[in-house]
Design a protein around this ligand. Structure first.
Ligand code: MEV
Length: 319
């Protein structure tokens, strides 16, 4: 039996614009994880046991767009193995359709558990590439940021089509992640932005430029330990996301509640329309902000610390 797990993620700056080749910043969230177990079983093919979905099924009979069957198929093809007599069990504490990267985390955990089972380690970049193929099933034009930050498990500065860059978090900072409770599939928000871009290309391109510039400035601030600069940048990013049409009343209520309770800045994170809001907080206001978010209707609040990743200093990237 072999096991692997993968964290959730949040996008700090740059969602949506990243699909259109502007930079974005994302960090792993270790408080929630997807876990995959691969074991021998007295069966002919591959059984998928998706506990959270209360489903057990044969991977060979799954439709082509089944994400679990797809990641098993593509990983085994990459490893050059015929999966037979194997059970793949999956469990995740990452809420689905909430901007925390649940789909990509499940793919990364399954791919990595399979590489361990067949004793053929793959580099993080290869695991990420396998998960990216499945992301395409979730929504047609993924930037690749979710699978990248989740496979590398460190802060990333991501530009579509360019080699992944990590960066130094010179001073740790704390974020409250509040769930609106509204499940919002990435595909829908991304599709709506695409339609808006087709109709009003110049306006959307200008918004993407503003968002990309914020991501660049934020990276420099994080590398210099200028945490004070991040709050206003989050607020500005939220303005542009609202102009892009991906905010929602539930998001605005939580953003407002966090700011009133003393957060330095707040914005939606991920595709928007629902999902999660992130707020930059000092320890002194943590309890107040958490309480305000819950009172304003948050389904739950996770507090996470963004800090320098030890793996940033490692070179090999193979696990
Ligand atoms: C989803 O987590 C982030 C989006 O920018 C989509 C993508 O990058 O593929 C909305």
């Amino acid at each position: 039996m072999t096991k692997a797990s993968a964290p959730g993620k949040i996008i700090l700056f740059g969602e949506h614009a990243v699909v259109y080749a502007r930079p974005a910043i994302a960090v792993p969230v270790f408080q929630v994880r997807a876990e995959a177990v691969v074991e021998r079983a007295e069966i002919d093919g591959v059984e998928i046991d998706a506990a959270d979905l209360a489903r057990r099924y044969d991977a060979r009979e799954a439709p082509a767009d089944d994400p679990l069957a797809a990641i098993i198929r593509s990983t085994c093809a990459r490893l050059g193995v015929e999966p037979r007599g194997v059970r793949v069990r999956v469990h995740s504490t990452i809420p689905m359709a909430s901007g925390l990267g649940s789909g990509a985390a499940v793919s990364v955990a399954v791919a990595r558990a399979l590489t361990r089972f067949f004793v053929q380690p793959l580099a993080d970049a290869e695991i990420s590439a396998l998960a990216y193929q499945v992301e395409k099933l979730h929504h047609g034009t993924p930037s690749g940021i979710d699978n990248t930050v989740i496979a590398f498990e460190q802060p990333v500065y991501f530009v579509r089509g360019q080699p992944v860059e990590s960066f130094r978090v010179a001073r740790p900072f704390t974020l409250a992640i509040a769930d609106t409770g509204v499940a919002a599939p990435t595909k829908i928000a991304v599709g709506d932005v695409r339609r808006a871009w087709e109709v009003e290309r110049a306006r959307c391109e200008a918004l993407f430029d503003e968002i990309g510039a914020i991501a660049r400035t934020a990276r420099a601030a994080i590398e210099r330990g200028e945490v004070d600069a991040l709050g206003p940048l989050m607020d500005a990013n939220q303005e542009w996301l609202r102009a892009l049409g991906v905010s929602s009343p539930e998001i605005e209520i939580l953003v407002d509640a966090a700011r009133r309770a003393g957060a330095r800045g707040a914005k939606l994170s991920g595709a928007g329309r629902g999902g999660n809001v992130i707020a930059l907080i000092d320890d002194s206001v943590r309890v107040r902000v958490e309480g305000a978010l819950m009172n304003a209707g948050a389904r739950r609040v996770i507090v996470t610390r963004v800090e320098h990743a030890a793996r940033f200093d490692e070179s090999s990237g193979t696990r």
